[in-house]
Design a protein around this ligand. Structure first.
Ligand code: ADP
Ligand code: MG
Length: 315
């Protein structure tokens, strides 16, 4: 038997919330169950996996709950919201996978790791926060967030919103734990929501900071650190396209890193959605040229691994 291969799989927002009409908790379980079937298929084919996930909408719900309950309860700081969502989503994936394994007679241990990710307190992103977070509101209400130290902006006619820094992830604090679990044969869930952003204070101690780390960027760092054979991003589209949503849209089966870089420069991958995914994969392939990168949606994972769909990127 050949050595089992290791993949990092980043699961996107659609694996937790299918669409705006299905944000309730039972629907979230359904969405997780659907994705976990495809992940279990991969494990059945012999893959070792570390699974990462997004948490944007879930963070938004907790921020909104904070606002509604502020007259009675302390607010939850953003680092604790990161930990809360990693715990809840990690639990959902771990339990669902365990049940799926039982159905299929797969005997593999699973663990979810609450993960901190170190960022530089002098990262320029802190001077120029751009990532919108929480609900849209009136200017008057938004101004009240300023008193709590948030930056707020008017967002293209949709109302006022808090904005936050998205610094570069430098170090995965719990990497040793993740690596050990992988070596022991565990399926690991980690770096949820891009990790809980932490900085080092003057004494060198870790402390949570108000920021969000792009989950695709943080997953790329994890993929590099673990030197995975495959970095898979599971999102809402089966393939990457050029001229996306234009009449001359063209789905791509594969591209080289150089081609991806050229398309990126031509603006084919939207900032905030496909753009960061391509960057994340290019960073991985630069550091680890023998690796492979794949973008597809949950239901196409098996076909994509069989070379029938998905977009493959190789150095
Ligand atoms: P995730 O939650 O998985 O991070 P995002 O919404 O951030 O999902 O990014 C995936 C989305 O990127 C796709 O659903 C698609 O609408 C969009 N997208 C932007 N540019 C492209 C492109 N060139 N090809 C395919 N999808 C694209
Ligand atoms: Mg995204």
């Amino acid at each position: 038997m050949t050595e089992p291969k290791l993949a990092v799989v980043a699961i996107g927002g659609n694996s937790l919330i299918a669409d705006k009409q299905h944000e309730d908790v039972p629907s979230q379980w359904q969405a997780v169950q659907e994705t976990c079937k495809h992940i279990a298929d991969m494990i059945e084919r012999g893959w070792n996996l570390v699974i990462t996930h997004g948490n944007g909408p879930q963070v938004g719900f907790i921020l909104r709950r904070n606002e509604l309950a502020a007259h009675e309860l302390h607010i939850t700081p953003l680092d604790l919201i990161g930990a809360d969502t990693q715990g809840a989503i990690g639990y959902m994936i771990a339990q669902t996978l365990r049940n799926e394994f039982k159905e299929r007679g797969i005997d593999r241990p699973i663990a979810s790791v609450v993960t901190q990710v170190l960022v530089d307190k002098d990262d320029p992103a802190f001077q120029n926060p751009t990532k919108g977070i929480g609900s849209f509101t009136s200017e008057e209400k938004a101004r009240m967030f300023e008193d709590e130290g948030w930056r707020v902006v008017e967002d293209a006619g949709r109302g006022w919103r808090r904005v936050i820094a998205s610094p570069i992830p430098l170090e995965i604090v719990e990497l040793d734990a993740i690596q050990t679990l992988v070596d022991q044969g565990f399926i690991v869930i980690a770096v949820g929501g891009g990790g809980i952003p932490v900085i080092r204070d003057e004494d060198g101690n870790l402390v949570g900071t108000r920021a969000v780390i792009d989950k695709d960027r943080a997953t790329s760092l994890l993929a590099r650190e673990l030197k995975v054979d495959l970095f898979l991003i599971s999102t809402a589209v089966p393939q990457v396209a050029i001229n996306f949503n234009e009449p001359d849209q063209q789905w791509l089966d594969k591209m080289t890193a150089a081609e991806a870089r050229a398309y990126q420069a031509e603006g084919h991958f939207k900032p905030g959605s496909m753009g960061p995914k391509i960057d994340a994969m290019l960073d991985f392939l630069d550091a680890y040229p023998e690796g492979q990168a794949l973008i597809t949606d949950p239901k196409s994972i098996a076909d994509a691994l069989g070379g029938k769909t998905g977009t493959w990127i190789t150095s």
